[in-house]
Write a protein that binds this ligand. Structure first.
Ligand SMILES: Cc1cc2nc3c(=O)[nH]c(=O)nc-3n(C[C@H](O)[C@H](O)[C@H](O)COP(=O)(O)OP(=O)(O)OC[C@H]3O[C@@H](n4cnc5c(N)ncnc54)[C@H](O)[C@@H]3O)c2cc1C
Length: 381
């Protein structure tokens, strides 16, 4: 179990307890309502910010709590207890996709204007990498940023952007119109009230239904140079860096979610009787559970091994990809088997399994697909 793992110290245990109480008492009761509505309210960010959870692994000077990377791991794991993958995703995008970039490459001015309010829950951000014709191949993005004196003019489209509909600002990956491939790519922080910015549509999805996923359009958006994030032409490398913790976040939250799924399933199999006894008494069932529990433990150990490396400042791309590939597949396998173990009830919306099944599928796609993880691993063999 995650609580007892030696990578965590007393401080992590205390943070876990506080976050768990909040998530179980103040978020989980609303999960069904938010799934039904297809969105969750902005006060979730505000409350998480007020309680110091959004900034749990960021420095105090920017409104954070000064914790280490593993404190953020605890947040990622505990957010899964809100029973809505969409809520965990929306929050995770802010804490583990948007804020790491603001913190690592943002100027002091950007940190004050965007990182600080984000950690306090006063501003919501999104990260726009993917485009209608550029997904796995990030270097083929077409959104352009043309310099015009002290400003940049941004034109293009972004798709599948989590928090895109509600964001106060978007980190946008754009390229010099004359450039090609990984060269000439720069990041910008674009306020969503900038003229020329619009949400073209809100995307409907199989799972993660309470999260907000949008297609964004930029038409002659004028962005001042002080909103450039990082060096000109270095954006591709910044995104490749950002994807590392994002991928491990996917692995860790998948493991935490899968543990809950397994626990729910074991409880159900103890209660549900067929052929005159609880289903868990059948050896064929117990052995399948044992196999899943073993795979889950392997996914957890690999993910924690990588997390402890990131905690020391290392970013081992091969192991991160291995953890994401393995953990997200195990998680979906457990969700699928859990649905099978619940029989017909598992296929109804009266039990949580169908939602877990739908939600857990995303992690094999977002932040880099299974196939791209294998590509990264294979290149380093
Ligand atoms: C709910 C949701 C939320 C998301 N949130 C965000 C977000 O906040 N910000 C953001 O920028 N993006 C976001 N994404 C986009 C996500 O990162 C992409 O969907 C993902 O990177 C895959 O890109 P694609 O969908 O264009 O698929 P494609 O790249 O078109 O891939 C299609 C298929 O081809 C395979 N393939 C592609 N290249 C290769 C290859 N070289 N070898 C073998 N197989 C290959 C892929 O693995 C996949 O199976 C989100 C997506 C979803 C669904």
């Amino acid at each position: 179990m995650e609580e007892q793992h030696p990578i965590f110290n007393e401080e992590h245990l205390a943070i876990r307890k506080t976050i768990r109480e909040f998530v179980e008492n103040e978020l989980a009761p609303y999960a069904d309502e938010w799934e039904e509505a297809g969105e969750f309210p902005n006060w979730v960010f505000k409350r998480l910010g007020e309680l110091g959870f959004l900034g749990v692994h960021y420095p105090e000077e920017y409104g954070g709590e000064g914790g280490d990377y593993l404190s953020g791991v605890v947040l990622a794991e505990e957010m899964m207890r809100c029973n809505s993958g969409g809520v965990a995703l929306g929050v995770g995008v802010l804490t583990d996709m948007v804020c790491p970039l603001l913190h690592k490459i943002g100027s002091e001015d950007i940190k004050q204007r965007y990182l600080k309010p984000s950690l306090q829950g006063d501003k919501i951000g999104c990260l726009g990498i993917s485009e209608p014709d550029a997904g796995s191949d990030v270097a083929s993005i077409r959104t352009t940023a043309k310099q015009d004196g002290d400003n940049w003019i941004i034109n293009g489209q972004k798709i599948f952007i989590t928090n895109g509909n509600r964001a106060d600002f978007a980190i946008v990956v754009a390229r010099d119109p004359e450039s090609e491939g990984s060269k000439g790519v720069t990041l910008f922080v674009v306020d969503t009230d900038t003229e020329g910015f619009s949400v073209s549509r809100k995307l409907d999805k199989v799972g993660m239904r309470s999260s907000d996923t949008a297609e964004l359009a930029f038409q002659d958006c004028v962005v001042p140079d002080e909103n450039r994030l990082g060096e000109v032409g270095q954006g591709f490398y910044s995104i490749m860096w950002e994807l590392q913790p994002e991928r491990l976040y996917g692995a860790l939250s998948s493991v935490a979610g899968a543990q809950m799924t397994l626990d729910i399933t074991i409880k159900y199999l103890k209660e549900r009787e067929q052929f005159g006894r609880p289903i868990i008494k059948f050896q064929a069932v117990r052995h399948r559970l044992a196999e899943l529990a073993t795979e889950l433990e392997a996914a957890r150990q690999l993910s924690y091994h990588v997390a402890s490396k990131i905690n020391k400042g290392e970013f081992p791309a091969k192991e991160i990809s291995m953890a994401k590939y393995f953990a997200t597949r195990v998680s979906f396998k457990i969700a699928d088997e859990a649905l099978q173990f619940h029989g017909g009830y598992g296929y109804t919306t009266e039990y949580p399994i169908e939602r877990i099944w739908r939600d857990s599928r995303l992690a094999r796609i977002g932040g880099g697909t299974d196939e791209i993880m294998l590509e990264i691993i294979s290149r380093q063999l």
